[in-house]
Design a protein around this ligand. Structure first.
Ligand code: MN
Length: 347
């Protein structure tokens, strides 16, 4: 007889009427209970959660995500806990979640999260979302759970629409305020500066984002031999924001200084190509020298394929790089090269 373990869903929510049913419906059949902790909704979130079969508890919001998540974990009676946010839903891997019922809760599971962004791309991250019941969170914002046992990559995919522009306005201000509170307590923490920069980045304020990225960079220096998981999205988004603010020379200098570490990342090569291309457009006299370097970077993307590093964008090693090359070749009148790559431009 295999032992049977119970699986709980744990969520914290606030004003999620837009999306909470989609989230709960996606996992309802896979878990033994759904525990929702409401932190002060004024819309129909609580009624919708209860109608979908969840047990709803209430806490007073104390500007602390980890504290609220730990209340939810404390109400769970399962041996395993699956942690979701209301703006996420399960798109594949149901059988993996179900299989937890016969898995001893001695490891921690990371799932894939695909986030469409307002520029039409999809970024991928892996996050720990499957926890043995004793695990707890720390961190006022961008809270992290304890990793109990080994961390395993699970073949489970969530989709997340919280980065889309229409969802940003309501929560972006709150997240920036929490980050600023955390930075007041811990001003030398580069991860917090990175997160503040990302909050500005997703809100499409690249100049403000650059200030945060620069502060994070001052505190860390160049990438070392064992970078933290956030280093890859840091390098890629810092490059993107430098280019967006017209600082193409700074972007190229930064990319060159990080090249040795990240040359195997299609996301890095894509942004390097973008920085070189924009620099050439701004300085036409440099085009004969610089455009071939942009071309090389994007061809490298195609030879690497999409990366599986944190914060990878789907297409940077495939169709998005092909599109950049096709439009470059078209602008240079290199029609045979454009024609050769056109079949690769579809996702
Ligand atoms: Mn979200």
């Amino acid at each position: 007889m295999t032992a049977t373990y119970r699986v709980s869903l744990a969520m914290i929510v606030r004003d999620e009427a837009r999306c909470i049913e989609r989230c709960l419906e996606s996992v309802r059949e896979l878990v033994d209970e759904m525990v929702v902790v409401d932190t002060g909704s004024t819309d129909d979130t609580v009624a919708l959660a209860e109608a979908a079969g969840a047990t709803v508890h209430h806490v007073t919001w104390a500007d602390d995500f980890a504290a609220a998540r730990n209340v939810a974990l404390g109400h769970c009676t399962g041996d395993w806990v699956l942690v979701l946010d209301a703006d996420e839903w399960l798109v594949s891997g149901a059988e993996v979640v179900t299989s937890l019922r016969s898995a001893e809760p001695v490891f921690t599971g990371a799932v894939e999260i695909a986030s469409p962004t307002s520029d039409g791309t999809v970024t991928m991250i892996r996050q720990v979302r499957v926890l043995p019941s004793g695990a707890r969170y720390t961190g006022r914002i961008h809270e992290q759970p304890d990793v109990i046992g080994e961390e395993r990559a699970l073949d489970v995919r969530l989709e997340h629409d919280g980065y889309l522009a229409e969802q940003l306005a309501s929560k972006a201000g709150r997240n920036r305020r929490l980050l600023e509170m955390s930075l007041a307590e811990d001003p030398e923490n580069p991860f917090l500066w990175f997160q503040l920069a990302r909050a500005h980045d997703v809100a499409r304020s690249p100049a403000a984002a650059c200030l945060g990225f620069e502060r994070a960079y001052q505190l860390t220096g160049p990438t070392g031999p064992t970078p933290p998981p956030w280093r890859h999205p840091f390098v890629v988004r810092f490059l993107a924001c430098l280019v967006m603010t017209g600082r193409t020379q700074d972007a190229i200098d930064f990319a060159v200084s990080e090249l040795e570490h990240w040359q195997g990342s299609a996301d890095f090569q894509f942004m390097l190509g973008h920085a070189l291309h924009q620099h050439a457009l701004a300085h036409p006299e440099l085009q004969p020298e610089v455009l071939p370097l942009a071309e090389d970077a994007w061809l490298t993307c195609l030879s690497l394929g999409d990366s599986s590093l944190p914060g990878a964008t789907i297409g940077h090693g495939t169709f998005l790089a092909a599109r950049q090359l096709v439009s470059l070749y078209e602008s240079l009148g290199r029609e045979p090269d454009a024609a050769r790559l056109r079949p690769l431009t579809q996702p």
